[in-house]
Design a binder for this molecule. Structure first.
Ligand code: ADP
Length: 359
């Protein structure tokens, strides 16, 4: 349905989108995820025909956006980060205006009523948009995108600035829309794509660093690093034993008690499966493990890991001579240093995102 091939966008000497390719099949909800400045909005603007790329090709349902912009745009409903609302109009006036603007041929009254019902704004149709809450304004923005019943809907940061209840409502709405449309959702909020999308494309510094089904992405990178483990035994000693085990990089006692058992959250080192060792160590002490639950990776971990992996890959590709000469240790040291440096940057970024999410 949507095909992006070798898309490049330069702003002067700044390369905002650096040779990206991906496609979105009919009926998919794809999350386009990346930190601020990664190139998401630039890509969305090219997809929707607002900007042209420096090179590469974008087509919607086989129609090239450059060769036939009108034909391609007819297939797209777009909700930009700032919904294009005319605040002095009533909701009805605004939707009718959009209906005319798009040259919509569907039966006017029925179609607008249907759109209002889908986005649940039937009760505010006579109200002036300026006086609506931010959540309702966002719904009116989505209604505008749905006029003409486009096959593809593109959302750019659709929940930014909404309160938690509104965020849940808009996410549910996007999921419902995904049943009848192809949806691309651009966001910097990791939980958003996890909650809504079938597939996740991660962009960083203009390049795609991951493209995976949401359910697979945890498995695609390293898994089984974090567990909740329920152990019968003296909690302080159990905790200090867990902390002293090689392969475990973090352990904490959770405030959960089940008879004589306490629950601990443990995190193992990358690439280490600590489960067997955990069993034998606890058995030796006479402490029974009565529960073990894999927590998987948060998308935050995944993002950091894939971005770090791309850094690792880049260094490996840029240093073939050193690799051939067998200086494996030096290379690995360099990779580790880069990953630590970039990882620190990404963690700082993830912290900022958490703060933004809580707002
Ligand atoms: P995102 O939406 O992921 O935050 P953008 O696509 O807005 O990222 O930006 C990608 C890069 O392109 C950034 O480095 C940004 O500063 C730059 N950029 C975006 N728009 C312009 C513009 N109109 N002129 C010059 N640089 C731009």
């Amino acid at each position: 349905m949507i095909k992006i091939e070798h898309l490049v966008k330069n702003y002067g000497s700044n390369c905002a989108v650096d040779d990206i390719s991906f496609s979105v099949e009919s009926g998919e909800i794809v999350g386009f995820l990346g930190p601020n400045g990664a190139g998401k909005s630039t890509t969305m603007n090219i997809l929707t025909g607002y900007l042209s790329g420096t090179s590469g090709k974008v087509s919607i349902d086989g129609i090239d956006i450059l060769a036939d912009p009108l034909g391609a745009k007819k297939l797209i409903g777009y909700l930009p980060e700032q919904p294009p609302l005319y605040l002095d109009m009533t909701v009805d006036e605004y939707l009718n205006f959009n209906y005319d603007l798009k040259g919509c041929k569907l039966p006017r009254l029925e179609h607008i009523a249907e759109v209002c019902e889908v986005v649940k704004i039937g009760d505010v149709r006579k109200r002036v948009i300026r006086n609506l809450s931010k959540g309702y304004k966002q719904r009116v923005g989505i209604a505008q995108a749905l006029i003409g019943n486009p096959k593809v809907i593109i959302f750019d940061e659709p929940t930014i600035g909404l309160d938690p209840k509104q965020i849940i409502e808009i996410r549910n709405l996007i999921r419902t829309l995904g049943k009848g449309h192809t949806v691309i959702l651009s966001t910097h909020i990791l939980q958003e794509v996890q909650a809504v999308c079938d597939r996740i494309v991660i962009i960083n510094k203009g390049k795609i660093v991951a493209d995976e089904l949401t359910e697979n992405i945890s498995r695609a990178v390293e898994n089984n690093r974090r567990f909740n483990v329920k152990i019968c035994g003296p909690s302080r000693e159990v905790l200090s034993t867990l902390k002293s085990m090689s392969g475990i990089v973090y352990a904490e006692a959770l405030a959960e008690r089940d008879g004589e058992a306490y629950t601990y959250m443990i995190e193992s080192d990358y690439g280490v499966d600590v489960r067997k060792k955990l069993f034998y160590t606890m058995a030796e002490k006479g402490w029974a493990i009565i529960g073990l639950e894999a927590l998987g990776m948060s998308l935050e971990d995944i993002f950091i890991t894939v971005v770090d992996k791309s850094a690792e890959e880049k260094i490996r590709q840029s240093k073939p001579a050193r690799r051939r000469s067998g200086t494996k240790d030096a290379l690995e040291k360099q990779v580790a240093e880069t990953m630590v440096r970039e990882g620190a940057e990404k963690r700082a970024l993830a912290d900022t995102q958490e703060i933004e999410d809580e707002d």
